[in-house]
Design a binder for this molecule. Sequence first.
Ligand code: ACO
Length: 282
Amino acid sequence: MNSTSQTTQAGQKSVLVDIQDGIAWVCLNRPEKRNAINPAIVREMNEALDALEMDDACKVVVITGAGDSFSAGQDLKEYFREPDAGHPVTRERLHKANAQWQWRRMMHFSKPTIAMVNGWCFGGAFQVLLACDLAIANEKATFGLSEINWGIIPAGIVTKSVAMAMMQRTALYYIMTGEPFDGRRAAEIGLVNFAVPADELKARVTKLAQTLMQKNPHVLRAAKSGYHYVREMSWDASAEYLSAKSDQAKFRDPEQGDQQGMKQFLDEKTFRPGLGGYDRSR
Ligand code: ACO
């Protein structure tokens, strides 16, 4: 797939993938179950992300949900009750496969990712949301760490993700009360970048994806990877790692962005780095 305006329907029942002008719209597709994450979504999301990472037609991934939901979190029947009653190894494998797409693969995905939160977003869906690099919500979407309401803690890796993304008072308030909140509040507490009216959501996400597509993809990949790793490192280790990462990014960058940027700013005086990017067409 290499056309810039190609549409791809992967033909998967629970996850739909549609690539348009470089943006892969990945849609959780169980609207009748509020896109609750079941074993089929786990399997199909792993497959979809695998394929998109290798597909040159995909420059940015947007995760969203069909109907009026982003996702109602893990499926209480198919992800919890049924596997809990089955063979322990089957359950363990399902949880590992889920962690694979929701956390390991998404957080370190080699292309930029945006969560487009169109509606309901609960429990395990926070993991999907926080594993995406950026997020824009419908201001009327409803969010909630609802686990406490039915007798479990926010597990998987949700509590850790929330602790990284929210202030302590805010995180514990929502973890301990399970109180729902809307998209505007999600933007206020930094859980999403912006909240916009529903009818502007897709256009705003498209605009953000287009901004990301203008950047050097090799440097973008190194920048997000660097961010995630240094969060867990000491200051000295971070400085050493970032220095090595920076050299690696320059070494591997086929468009030699730093050389272009310096030349266009210092010698040709054709752009200002503080106000926008260098001309990548040269
Ligand atoms: N797991 C399994 N099934 C679900 C889930 C879920 N997380 N969420 C919704 N469904 C199913 C319902 O059982 C129902 O199925 P049915 O039609 O066969 O009866 C269908 O989706 C529609 O659900 P309703 O509750 O009727 O839809 P409504 O629009 O009134 O409410 C809401 C939507 C608020 C999202 C509600 O379904 C809900 O509270 N879901 C659970 C949300 C939650 O707590 N998620 C966290 C799970 S824990 C975790 O992720 C770790």
